[in-house]
Design a protein around this ligand. Structure first.
Ligand SMILES: [Zn+2]
Ligand SMILES: [Zn+2]
Length: 816
C-alpha cells in the first residue's frame, strides 16, 4: 500500500488525532470481537483498513505491530474519557505487508467463527516470510549524473563510451577543484566505459569490478554529488514454473461439457457454491481447467486449493502446461521462505491469474474485486483442517472467502465429506454436479476384499512357519505377478498402504501372565518400536504423541524376561517385502513413504518423481500415498490392513475408512489396464469396507448420514470440542467442570437453547500428552448459528478464554 503523502510519514510531528482506529495485534490477546482502540494522528491520516502499523502496547508502551481493522473518522471526543486517553498509532510498518479489505473481513469472520483472537487469525493470513521480509533485498544503484546536474567535471578526460552510451558522462564546462583519490578516479573511468545497458549499476558490483576492497570510495563520490544513487527494494526472484509444451486438450465428454457450462454460467453471478462429485479418474481436473480458462478470459483470477500432500510438481506442472497463457503462483510449505514471499508479492501485485496452494492459499492476497473463482480439490481431505489455533478448515474458509468476494466456489471429490454431501443433497446449499463414470479409456479397478483370518489359516496350512506375515498369500502372489508377469506382459508398479508408521506398535513382556506393556512416561499411550540401523540393537521406541524416544528395553522391567514387539508398521512391511521379493531393494527399487522416512515435501516430490520414471517399482506408505497420485504404471494397489482407523473412538471412523479404501483403490487403473486393488481386513462385512469395494459412495453416505442423524452428530448437527489441559489432574478436571457448567448455564439462556447439548467433562481418548492431562467438553447444537451464539456469549462472559490451557475446536475433525 503506497502512501499518498510520503512526506508526512517519518519525521512528521503532526500529532493531532483525526480518526479512531481498531488495531488487532498479533499477540494472542482475546479482545473479542474488535481489536484495541488507538488515535490516528494527522501525519498518518491516509492509513487504510488492512495496513500494518506500529502501536504502543500495555503499561510499558511496548512497540507492537498490528493491523488496522476498523476506522472511524473525526477527532476522538474529549468529552468521552475513554477517547481522550487514546494512545496514538506510532507509524506504519514496512510497505507491502498490508492486506486487502476482503481478507481483513475474512480474518474477522474466522476470529468469531473459530473462536480465536482476531490478531491470531490475521497472523495466520500473512505468511511469516512476508512479515519478516525474507528474501527482500535492498540494493543501491549508482550512475553518472545526467548532464546539467553535474557540479563539477572530474579530473580525467572523458572516455568514449563503448556502445553508444556516450555524451552523458563527459560533462562539459570549466573544471572545478574537487579532490579525488586515484581509486575514485578509476571508478569514474570504469563507469564511463560501461555500455548504456549496464547502467545504472549496483554499488557492490561496481566496487567489485573496480577492485575496491570497500565501497567507501564510491560512497565518497555519491556524497560529493559526482554520482547519482538510488535505493531499490525488491523480492528476489526465486521460483518460476517450468515452461513446457502444452499437450492438446482432451475432448470433453457430454457430461463434463454440461457441468462446465452450468458452473461457468454462474461466473458473473456473484456467490454460489457447487459440489462436483466424480468417481476417481472421471476427469474432474479437466472440468477445473476449463472453468479456470473461462474465468481468466473474463480478466479475473482463480484460487485452486489442493491437499498439501497432493501438491506435487505433477499437479502444478499439469496446470501450468495446460494454461500456458497464465501466470500460476504456487503457495505451499515446501517453498523456501524467500520463494513464498516472492509468490505472495506476485499475487498481491495482481500478476498471477491462477494461485495454486494448500489450505493457506485460501488467504492469497488477490487484489480486491479480481477474484473470480475458488476451486477446492479433494475437499474431503482432513489436511484442510489446521490442527492448531486458529483451527480453521480450508474448505470452509474458501467458501466464506468466495462469499465475501462475490464469486463461485467449486468443491470437488470422489468421496465428498459428509458435511458437503449433506449441504448439497439435504440442505440444498451447494449445487450438485455428478460425474458418474471414469473418463473414456479408463475403467474402475476390480476391488477384492480379502478376509485376513482366512489368509492366516491358508498360510498355516501350506507353509507352517512361525514368522509373522503381514502380507497374506493372495496379496503376496499379486505383488509377485505384477512385478514379474508370467505371461510376459510389461511389469507393473505397486502401491501398498498401511496407515501406521514404525515397525510395531506394541512392546510387551514375552510372558503374558506378567502383562507388562511399554507406555510413554509422559502420555497415556503405548510406545511404537522403530528400526534404525544407527542405534544399538537396531531399534528404538518413540511416542507418536509427545515424540519422546527411548532405547528398546532388553528385559521386562517387572519380571526380567525377554521383551517382544508385535503389531503393525510400515517398516515391518518393508522388511517383509525385501525378504520375499529379491527385486525389491529398499531405497533403490522400493521406498517407504511416511513422515519418518520423508524429510519434507521436497523429499516426497523427489520420491514420486522416481516412481513416475519407473525407477521405483513399489511404494509402501501411510495415507500420504492415497492422495491424488496419478501414475499410469500402477497395476496393483494393496491395503495391508483396512482396520487401522475403524476401531478408534471417533464418530468419523467409518467415513475415514471408506474414504481411505476408495481413494487408494482409485490410484490404480490410470492407464489402459484397470488394475487390481486388494484390501486385507479382519472385518470383510463391515459397511464402509464392503461399500468402498463396490465404489458405492451414495449408498455409504445414505447409511452413514442416517446413523449420524440417529445419534445427533455432525453434519446433521454442529459441534464444538473444548480440550482443557493441565499438568495437575485435579485442576484440569475442576477447570473442565467449571467450563461445562458455565456453558450449560449460557445454553439455558439462549433462544432454542434447550436443543443445545453439553457433554462432559470426560477424559480425552488420549488422556495425557506430554505430561499434561486432557479433559474434553463437547457442545452440540442443531445449527451453526446456535453454536456461534453460545461461543460469543461464553467469550463475553469470560467462560471461554482460548489459550495455553484451553483449545477450542469448532467443527472438529479429529476427536482424539
Ligand atoms: Zn509421549
Ligand atoms: Zn514381564
Amino acid at each position: 500500500m503506497t502512501s499518498l503523502f510520503p512526506h508526512l510519514q517519518a519525521g512528521s510531528n503532526d500529532h493531532r488525532p483525526v480518526a479512531r482506529v481498531s488495531v488487532a495485534v498479533e499477540r494472542g490477546i482475546d479482545r473479542y470481537p474488535d481489536g484495541l482502540a488507538y488515535a490516528l494522528p494527522a501525519a498518518l491520516a491516509d492509513v487504510v483498513i488492512g495496513e500494518r502499523v506500529v502501536v504502543p502496547l500495555g503499561r510499558g508502551n511496548t512497540e507492537t505491530v498490528g493491523y488496522v481493522i476498523e476506522r472511524q473518522d473525526g477527532p476522538p471526543s474529549s468529552d468521552i474519557p475513554d477517547q481522550a486517553k487514546l494512545k496514538p498509532v506510532l507509524r506504519r510498518d514496512r510497505e507491502g505487508t498490508g492486506l486487502p479489505p476482503d481478507l481483513v473481513a475474512l480474518a474477522r469472520w474466522m476470529a468469531s467463527y473459530y473462536c480465536c483472537p482476531v490478531g491470531m487469525a490475521l497472523a495466520g493470513v500473512l505468511p511469516a516470510a512476508v512479515k519478516k521480509a525474507v528474501g527482500l533485498v535492498s540494493r543501491t544503484l549508482v550512475d553518472l549524473p545526467l548532464e546539467g546536474d553535474v557540479p563539477t567535471a572530474p579530473t580525467a578526460p572523458p572516455t568514449p563510451a563503448a556502445e553508444g552510451g556516450g555524451g552523458e558522462g563527459g560533462a562539459e564546462g570549466p573544471p572545478r577543484k574537487v579532490r579525488l583519490s586515484p581509486k575514485q578516479r578509476s571508478v569514474l573511468e570504469l563507469l564511463r566505459s560501461l555500455p548504456a545497458n549496464e547502467r545504472p549499476i549496483e554499488l557492490r558490483t561496481l566496487a567489485e569490478r573496480a577492485h575496491l576492497s570497500t565501497p567507501a570510495p564510491i560512497r565518497g563520490l555519491i556524497a560529493k554529488g559526482l554520482l547519482d544513487a538510488r535505493k531499490v527494494t525488491a523480492v528476489e526472484a526465486a521460483w518460476s514454473g517450468e515452461a513446457l509444451d502444452a499437450p492438446p486438450p482432451p475432448e470433453l465428454t457430454a457430461r463434463q461439457a454440461q457441468i462446465v457450462d452450468a458452473i461457468a454460467g454462474t461466473l458473473d453471478q456473484g456467490f454460489s457454491s457447487h459440489l462436483l462429485f466424480g468417481v476417481t479418474g472421471s476427469g474432474k481436473t479437466e472440468v477445473y481447467i476449463r472453468l479456470i480458462e473461462r474465468t481468466v478470459a473474463m480478466g479475473r483470477a482463480v484460487i485452486v486449493l489442493v491437499p498439501e500432500i497432493a501438491l506435487t510438481p505433477q499437479t502444478g506442472g499439469r496446470l501450468i502446461r495446460r494454461l500456458p497463457q497464465c501466470t500460476v503462483a504456487v503457495l505451499h510449505s515446501g517453498l523456501t521462505a524467500a520463494q513464498r514471499h516472492q509468490q505472495w508479492v506476485l499475487v498481491a501485485a495482481g500478476q498471477a491469474q491462477v494461485v495454486l496452494g494448500a489450505r493457506s492459499a485460501a488467504f492469497a492476497p488477490v487484489p480486491e474485486g479480481r477474484l473470480g473463482l475458488i476451486i477446492v480439490d479433494e475437499e474431503h481431505d482432513s489436511s484442510y483442517k489446521q490442527d492448531q489455533a486458529p483451527r480453521y478448515h480450508g474448505r470452509d474458509v474458501a467458501l466464506r472467502r468466495a462469499q465475501l468476494s462475490g464469486c463461485p466456489a467449486v468443491l470437488g471429490s470422489a468421496t465428498p465429506a459428509l458435511e458437503s454431501w449433506h449441504n448439497a443433497t439435504v440442505r440444498g446449499v451447494h449445487h450438485l454436479h455428478t460425474l458418474p463414470e471414469r473418463a473414456p479409456g479408463l475403467r474402475l479397478p476390480k476391488v477384492e476384499i480379502v478376509d485376513f483370518v482366512e489368509e492366516v489359516r491358508a498360510r498355516r496350512a501350506t507353509a507352517p512357519d512361525r514368522r509373522v506375515h503381514l502380507l497374506g498369500p493372495r496379496l503376496e502372489r499379486a505383488i509377485g505377478e505384477t512385478l514379474q508377469p508370467r505371461d510376459g506382459s510389461a511389469p507393473g508398479q505397486v502401491l501398498l498402504l498401511l496407515n501406521r508408521r514404525g515397525y510395531a506398535n506394541y512392546i510387551a513382556c514375552a510372558d503374558h501372565t506378567c502383562g507388562w506393556m511399554m507406555q510413554c512416561h509422559h502420555c497415556d499411550a503405548t510406545m511404537v518400536c522403530h528400526l534404525d540401523a544407527r542405534v544399538r540393537r537396531g531399534a528404538f521406541v518413540r511416542c507418536h504423541h509427545c515424540l519422546s524416544e527411548q532405547r528398546l528395553p532388553e528385559k521386562c522391567p517387572r519380571c526380567a524376561r525377554a521383551v517382544t514387539v508385535f503389531g503393525l508398521g510400515t517398516q515391518r512391511v518393508e522388511e517383509e517385502l525385501a525378504r520375499k521379493f529379491p527385486s525389491l531393494v529398499p531405497g533403490k527399487t522400493m521406498v517407504r513413504v511416511d513422515s519418518d522416512a520423508m524429510h519434507g515435501l521436497r523429499d516426497l516430490h523427489a520420491t514420486l518423481h522416481r516412481f513416475g520414471t519407473g525407477e521405483l517399482r513399489l511404494l509402501i506408505g501411510t495415507q500420504m500415498i492415497a492422495k491424488g497420485l496419478d501414475f499410469a504404471g500402477v497395476r496393483l494397489v494393496g491395503v495391508v490392513n483396512a482396520d487401522t482407523a475403524i476401531s478408534l473412538p471417533d464418530f468419523r471412523a467409518s467415513e475415514r475408512t471408506f474414504q481411505l479404501v476408495s481413494q487408494v483403490a482409485g490410484r490404480c487403473g490410470r492407464g489402459s489396464d484397470p488394475g487390481r486393488a486388494i484390501i486385507q481386513t479382519f472385518n470383510p462385512d463391515l459397511a464402509p469396507i464392503a461399500l468402498a469395494a463396490r465404489h458405492d459412495y451414495v449408498g455409504f453416505a445414505r447409511q452413514e448420514l442416517a446413523e449420524r442423524e440417529r445419534c445427533g452428530l455432525p453434519p446433521v448437527t454442529r459441534m464444538v470440542r473444548f480440550v482443557v489441559r493441565d499438568r495437575d489432574l485435579e485442576a484440569c478436571v475442576a477447570a473442565a467442570e467449571t467450563l461445562a457448567n458455565g456453558l450449560r448455564q449460557i445454553a439455558r439462556g439462549l433462544e432454542g437453547g434447550e436443543a443445545v447439548r453439553i457433554h462432559g467433562p470426560a477424559a480425552c481418548p488420549i488422556a495425557r500428552i506430554a505430561e499434561r492431562h486432557r479433559q474434553q467438553v463437547e457442545a452440540i447444537a442443531p445449527t451453526a448459528v446456535q453454536v456461534q451464539r453460545l461461543l460469543a456469549a461464553a467469550r463475553d462472559e469470560g467462560i471461554v478464554r482460548p489459550g495455553e490451557g484451553l483449545a477450542v475446536d469448532v467443527d472438529p475433525v479429529g476427536m482424539m
